[in-house]
Design a protein around this ligand. Structure first.
Ligand code: ADE
Length: 237
């Protein structure tokens, strides 16, 4: 029974629905590596939706010119509301996320929080952006992956999906390895080495070959702190 309960709580299905005008852009990264493994294990389901399927008229129009004038096109309300309302009629969602350069800047803390959610919708922006009424009415979280502008939210959505998947229990076989990622303890990760111990005179630090686990742990902690101080002192504030 304990085993069954553990199985249910650990291997709960997570679903991420990603809505975009360019869903094909995301296919390769979401069909390989850890994300593919998460899908194969039945732990994560990722569903791509083409916003044009909800477009208006014969030409499946999803965008229009900016009210008040100005360059570029804006994604219209109708296709987005229709797509999201359809999804919401099928299941409950924990968050409806909009990828945009003016959102909250993504970090490991947000990845950890999102990995605990069951069902997420991610809406990718494109063109000049999306009609503000969508942001006001249905978006619950706005995320940027950094202070630069991408051509659309697709690559950013892939970043979010990948970072979430690797945190879900059962996805990475040795759970430790996700927990020892950089940022998980607020520090950058220490250096790692593999064989040979001596590559043309370049040697692996002796402590790592000592087999003394306590000393190795201390060395790793010291290195993580040193590297963080050098590269990202802001993380220590
Ligand atoms: N769309 C365009 N630029 C973006 C960014 N930096 N983060 C998230 N979505 C975006």
């Amino acid at each position: 029974m304990a085993h069954f309960t553990e199985w249910v709580t650990r291997y709960i299905m997570h679903r991420i629905d990603i809505i975009s005008v360019q869903p094909k852009l995301m296919e390769s990264p979401l069909n390989h590596s850890i994300v593919q493994r998460a899908k194969d294990k039945g732990i994560v389901e990722i569903v791509l939706h083409d916003l044009k399927d909800y477009g208006l008229g014969k030409y499946r129009q999803v965008d229009d010119t900016v009210y008040g004038g100005g360059a570029g096109m804006v994604i219209r309300c109708e296709p987005v509301f229709d797509c999201i309302n359809q999804l919401k009629s099928e299941r409950d969602y924990d968050e409806v996320i909009y990828m945009c350069p003016d959102g909250e800047v993504y970090n490991q803390g947000t990845a950890n929080q999102l990995s605990l959610k069951r069902n997420l919708i991610i809406l990718c922006g494109h063109y000049k952006g999306i009609d503000q009424r969508i942001r006001d009415e249905i978006i619950t979280k706005e995320i940027s992956i950094g202070d630069y502008v991408l051509s659309g939210g697709e690559l950013a959505a892939v970043v979010i999906a990948d970072s979430i998947c690797r945190l879900i229990p059962g996805v990475i076989s040795d759970e430790e390895s996700a927990l020892t990622d950089s940022f998980q303890d607020g520090l950058l990760a220490p250096p790692v080495y593999t064989r040979p111990a001596d590559y043309k005179g370049l040697k692996v630090p002796e402590v790592l070959q000592s087999g003394h686990f306590a000393k190795i742990e201390t060395w790793r902690e010291e290195q993580a702190l040193k590297i963080t101080e050098e590269r990202r002192p802001d993380l220590l504030d």
